[in-house]
Design a protein around this ligand. Structure first.
Ligand SMILES: Cc1cc2nc3c(=O)[nH]c(=O)nc-3n(C[C@H](O)[C@H](O)[C@H](O)COP(=O)(O)OP(=O)(O)OC[C@H]3O[C@@H](n4cnc5c(N)ncnc54)[C@H](O)[C@@H]3O)c2cc1C
Length: 489
């Protein structure tokens, strides 16, 4: 074995790559990790996430887990084909095996494996708990590691640092292409090191765990459309994810899976340099675009279940920007500051005209918008900021379904908001062993996808399941790669 020959080559060093690499090493494999970032920035999106897991306890996922995935399946898949998911995998037709859908068997595997993955992570010293987050109330149960994703990267990162002969990490090295022999068997990865230096890594098992394409404007314009120019990754880690993993797998014949035209959208303050500078208080006020006009129902339901759709609507507005506007009544909402992660103060004025000027929106149109909204607010009913209270506007288009109270008491405040990209949904189809499935419905021997590269979501993200997906699919890939190595040794 030459110094660049490995049993398993893992691309990416986030939760998916780390889980795959360590699982494979624990099974006796010699592993290489290729990581685009320098060591002190390793970990991609995982490094910056709070890493909530949709769990009701350390032993079980949330009660709504599989139902939410089913509800968020997106689109109108052909029921004649989807109904065959009840068959065992080997008896499913190829047309279904290669179909890009929310695969119930994979979801069931993630639900079953998530508690095991969580326990495995605790062996590295990570502790999970029910931690506070930026929603005042939630529609599901969530747990997270104390210290967030950074704690995961540090705990697993320390483990690999201490085993550098078994797990060699090549930082500042970007994977570009898969290498196949003339029989079509995967034999490694071509990459580029610093100074555009080409390097080849040999290995008959490759785990693509390099995240999505949120850091690739060309792919975003291609898949999401021209408004993607107004969107940026929600934090620094996403800039490293430029879609090579997805592209390499597709070039190898993988079946696409996950919603290519969509992504996990979050509303953030564009002025802020904070990590994940979300602005999630908007459902207590109104949203206006840069013309000073409302364009959506600000409160279709609980914020944690609806902010994604609202964010995408902001992206669709001219210039991709909106303003969340409030009067002094915002302070009636106890603890509202936890819902705003941007530390940049809001625009503030003693009059609505002053606020319009601060936002640089048309003053007359803005005043007319507020006036029409105020007129349509209910005059009775109890305001309850912690649950949908039914205080809806009447006769206003678009209506506001909850928390509708007139805006008239100074001081007036506004936060600018854009749509940010947490991670993209487009990826490739995998099975319950994290093997990449080709367009013929068969596994591509030796090729695995984990984390964001494995497409799972359509249109609406089932919240607090992406780190879990990374840990579970990474471990599945590492386990299967070891079995394959042992079988072919
Ligand atoms: C601020 C924030 C908050 C979030 N909150 C949550 C949450 O609460 N719960 C949840 O479940 N999810 C959350 N997410 C999403 C979740 O963190 C990610 O989807 C998940 O961590 C992705 O893990 P991954 O291993 O697939 O990718 P990443 O962690 O992004 O790792 C990919 C790695 O691959 C490397 N890489 C990319 N391309 C190449 C290449 N060509 N060659 C070599 N290396 C490459 C990158 O540098 C990176 O280190 C959040 C994300 C962010 C940013």
């Amino acid at each position: 074995m030459s110094s660049n020959d490995f049993d398993v080559v893992v691309v990416g060093c986030g939760i998916a790559g780390l889980s795959a690499a360590i699982t494979a090493q624990q099974g006796g494999a010699r592993v290489a990790i290729l990581e685009r970032a320098p060591k002190d920035e390793r970990g991609g999106n995982t490094r910056y996430t709070e890493s909530f897991w949709r769990m009701k306890s350390e032993d079980a996922v949330s009660d709504d887990f599989e139902d939410r995935f089913a509800a968020n399946a997106g689109g109108w898949p052909d029921p004649g084909i989807v109904q065959e998911t009840v068959r065992d995998r080997e008896n499913q037709p190829a047309v279904l095996r290669a179909l890009g859908i929310v695969d119930p068997e994979l979801i069931a595997t993630i639900a079953e494996e998530a508690p095991k993955a969580l326990k495995w992570l605790t062996e590295f010293g990570v502790k999970f708990d029910f931690l506070p987050l930026y929603f005042l109330s939630q529609s599901t149960t969530r747990m997270g590691p104390i210290g967030g994703g950074l704690a995961l990267v540090e705990a697993l990162g320390t483990y690999i640092d201490e085993r550098s002969t078994d797990i060699e990490v090549f930082y500042e090295t970007g994977a570009r292409d898969l290498i196949f022999d003339d029989q079509g068997t995967i034999v490694g990865v071509r990459a580029v090191g610093r100074g555009n230096k080409p390097i080849e890594f040999r290995g008959r098992n490759v785990v693509l765990a390099s995240g999505g394409y949120q850091g690739n404007q060309e792919m975003l314009s291609h898949y999401v459309g021209p408004q993607a120019q107004f969107v940026r990754p929600v934090s620094r880690g996403g800039h490293y994810n430029r879609g090579e993993g997805v592209r390499m797998a597709l070039s190898a014949g993988a079946a696409p899976c996950g919603d290519y035209g969509s992504f996990h959208a979050q509303p953030v303050d564009p002025r802020s340099t904070d990590i994940e500078p979300v602005v999630l208080n908007y459902s207590y006020g109104i949203l206006v675009n840069d013309a000073g006009k409302r364009f959506t129902d600000e409160a279709p339901g609980m914020v944690d279940a609806t902010y994604e759709e609202v964010s995408r609507l902001i992206m669709a507005e001219r210039q991709g920007i909106a303003y969340a506007v409030f009067d002094a009544g915002l302070d009636d909402v106890e603890n509202w500051p936890v819902t705003v992660r941007s530390r940049v103060p809001p625009l503030e004025a003693e009059s609505l005209i002053g606020l319009a000027r601060a936002m640089a929106v048309d003053e007359r149109d803005f005043l007319a918008t507020v006036e029409a909204y105020n007129q349509a607010c209910p005059t009775s009913g109890a305001f309850d900021p912690f649950q949908p209270d039914g205080l809806a506007t009447a006769g206003l288009e678009p209506r506001k379904s909850h928390w509708a109270r007139p805006i008239f008491r100074p001081p007036f405040r506004a936060w600018p908001m854009i749509c940010s990209n947490c991670f993209t949904f487009g990826g490739v189809k995998i099975d319950e062993r994290a093997r990449v499935i080709n367009s013929e419905g068969d596994a591509i021997p030796g090729l695995y996808a984990a984390g964001e590269v494995a497409g799972l979501y359509y249109r609406t993200y089932t919240g607090a399941t992406s780190v879990m997906r990374g840990a579970v699919t990474g471990r599945l890939a590492g386990t299967d790669a070891v079995l394959r190595r042992n079988a072919t040794d």
